[in-house]
Design a protein around this ligand. Structure first.
Ligand code: AMP
Length: 153
């Protein structure tokens, strides 16, 4: 039985599938559900917007756009959970996706972390995406990897 589930959402079709599977498991086990989206930034790892210094206008515009996209992804997850009748708490993080997902899982004491096999990039037939690989390699508790359809080529 799982008590606390963290699902990583990135706005991709497989990410949506990972959320749907999470909601089904949570309903069956009466577990609490947390969804996280990490705004990936190589330039300012683990910084929040207000920590940027000195402000760089182009960089700031990009970060603002990524921040808005993150809000949309998380709002979509909240709507899907509400439609399924499952309470969900949304978390937005900044930095390296895999590392931030793992840090939040530890903070929450999540006993199950759910990721998609791939994200927005091209589907690989054999290899997991970089974020899912990172989570599988670094997790301290159970991980569920929800697979997408393999590439037909
Ligand atoms: P990837 O490793 O980027 O191909 O993505 C695999 C899975 O990792 C996705 O289906 C999501 O579950 C999760 N993921 C990828 N990027 C992010 C992100 N920026 N924030 C949260 N979850 C992510």
């Amino acid at each position: 039985m799982f008590k606390s589930i963290l699902v990583a959402v990135d706005g991709s079709e497989i990410g949506h599938r990972a959320l749907e599977e999470t909601l089904a498991v949570a309903r069956a086990m009466e577990a609490s559900v947390h969804a996280v989206h990490v705004v990936q930034t190589a330039t300012y790892p683990s910084l929040t917007l207000d920590q940027l210094e000195p402000p760089d206008i182009a960089q700031q515009a990009l970060l603002d756009a990524l921040d808005r996209e993150a809000d949309e992804i998380l709002a979509d997850a909240e709507q899907r959970a509400a439609a399924a009748g499952v309470p969900l708490t949304a978390h937005k993080r900044w930095g390296h996706p895999g590392a931030e997902i793992m840090a939040l899982a530890r903070e929450l004491g999540a006993d199950l972390t759910v990721v998609g096999s791939h994200g927005k990039g091209r589907l690989g037939r054999f290899f997991l995406g970089s974020t899912s690989s990172y989570v599988v390699d670094h997790a301290a508790s159970t991980v569920m990897v929800v697979r997408g359809e393999p590439d037909a080529s």
